[in-house]
Design a protein around this ligand. Structure first.
Ligand code: GLU
Length: 285
């Protein structure tokens, strides 16, 4: 486990290896790298829990492209796929508190239930789960689990919020922000295909790596509501947050991995220097 630095921050850049990094990622990585300050520590974390979308060759490309940009980081690099035990421990803790329940619903069943009820409240991650499996008896749950029925594990948001009480985080740009995780509904913390989720893995890792400042794009700002709640439930000290601006393409849309011409790889191959790519991101220390 990383030691807490005496000075500076402990920061991280946490890409998912689902494609080549683009200049938006470079901006985010540079922001986190420089935010560590004097005496601080910078971690690179590979968020590869999704076996269908993550590829080892993209992990290799991430390391290579960031090194080319002049960044270096603490070793070894943490790869989430190698730490399922840590996520399991957190899930057990939440289970002991009675805050997780198995959900056997398919997407189609959830959609049908929402349509039938005539109202479809949406949260930042999509439609709010209508609570079908929350009503199942313990007996029915055990029965279906014993039968090997595929299921996710959801957080009982109402119960969780009641236990955690009001929470807030320190945001570099907005000051103290009140967490409103309720707007997500009963989020999935363990998926059917992998026994964790983005929200859980990122919260556990930021804690275990003793991250003191999370720098990430403002598209992820809503997720911080859920992360702050999980920190409260799991007894973690919350880091500070800097939800930075996103880099947009010429038509004003935020860059995505499909913007192939703006990948660091393509820019390298087209003869740009690291300094030119850094300038292109608009990053200023
Ligand atoms: N892995 C996430 C992504 O690539 C970022 C997670 C985070 O910074 O919290 O979008």
């Amino acid at each position: 486990m990383a030691k807490r630095s005496k000075a500076g921050q402990i920061t991280r850049f946490a890409p998912s290896p689902t494609g080549y990094l683009h200049i938006g990622h470079a901006f985010s990585a540079l922001t986190a790298f420089h935010a560590r300050g004097k005496g601080g520590t910078f971690h690179l974390r590979i968020e590869d829990i999704d076996p269908a979308r993550c590829k080892p060759e993209f992990t290799d490309a991430i390391l290579e492209d960031l090194a080319w940009l002049g960044l270096d980081w603490e070793k070894p690099v943490r790869k989430q796929s190698e730490h399922m035990d840590d996520y399991d421990k957190a899930l057990r803790k939440l289970t002991t508190k009675g805050l997780l329940y198995p959900c056997f619903c398919t997407r189609t069943e959830i959609k049908a239930e929402i349509e039938q009820s005539g109202h479809a409240p949406h949260g930042p991650d999509g439609p709010i789960y209508p609570g079908i499996c929350k009503k199942l008896s313990d007996e029915k749950r055990e029965d279906r689990i014993d039968k090997g029925d595929p299921h996710v594990r959801r957080l009982d948001m109402q119960g969780a919020s009641a236990i955690a009480g009001p929470l807030a985080w320190k945001d570099k740009n907005q000051g103290l922000v009140k967490a409103k995780p309720e707007r997500f509904g009963d989020v999935v913390l363990a998926r059917k295909d992998v026994p964790t989720s983005y929200h859980l893995a990122v919260t556990v890792d930021d804690h275990l790596q003793e991250i003191t400042m999370v720098n990430r794009g403002d598209d992820l700002a809503p997720s911080t509501d859920v992360h702050r709640l999980l920190q409260g439930l799991l007894g973690y000290t919350p880091p500070g947050y800097d939800h930075h601006r996103l880099i947009r393409n010429t038509s004003g849309r935020r860059l995505a991995k499909r913007d192939q011409d703006m990948t660091i790889r393509a820019l390298r191959e087209n003869g740009y220097t690291p300094e030119e790519v850094v300038n292109m991101t608009g990053f200023e220390e």
